[in-house]
Write a new protein. Sequence first.
Length: 203
Amino acid sequence: MEKFTTLIAIAAPLPMINVDTDKIIPAKWLKTIKRTGLGPALFEAIRYRKDGSEDPGFVLNKEPYRHAEILVTGENFGCGSSREHAPWALLDFGFRCIIAPDFADIFYSNAFKNGILLVKLPQATVDKMMADAEKGANARLTVDLERQVVVRPDGEEVPFDIDPFRKHCLLNGLDEVGLTLQKAETIGGFEARQKTATPWLYR
C-alpha cells in the first residue's frame, strides 16, 4: 500500500448526500477481484449518458477535476452495501483523500485499509472547502496527515481527528498483509518450533 504523508492536490466538489456504494461502483462490476481498472466505472450511473458517452455536466468529466486526488462531498458518503470495490474504484481513479461530514461505518474501514484517508469535518467547514474546490486548479487543498491538518488555499489550517492506529498504517503504507509481514520472524520461529514438536502436521 502506498504511504500517505502530505497531499497537495486539486479537490473535486461533489455536493451530494447519501452517496451509496452502488452509486460509487455499480454491482455489475463486483465480478472482478482485481483492485485496478475500476476507475473508469467510478460513479458510472451519474458520470455517463445512456449511450455511454460522458455527461459533460458531471464534475469528474471537467478539467481540472479529471486529475483530482481529493473529493469533497456530503454526509453519509459510502452508505449501502459493504463492497470493497467502492474504495478500489475511488483509488484507481486517483483519489487519496475524501472530506465529508461523516461516512458509513463499513466504507470508512474499507477505505483506510486501501490507503484512502477519510477526513471528517463539521458541515460548515466542509461547505467552505466545497467552495474552495469549486475554484478548480487555482485552489488546491493540502492534507498533512502527520500534523493532522487540512490547509485551505487562503492558508487556514483546519485540524482533524484520526485514530492513531489508522494514522500509523497510512503513514507507513501498511495494509493487513503488511502488518502481518512485520511479524514474519515471529511467525517463522513458531512454525519451526511446531515442525519439531508436531512434525505430522507438515506431512
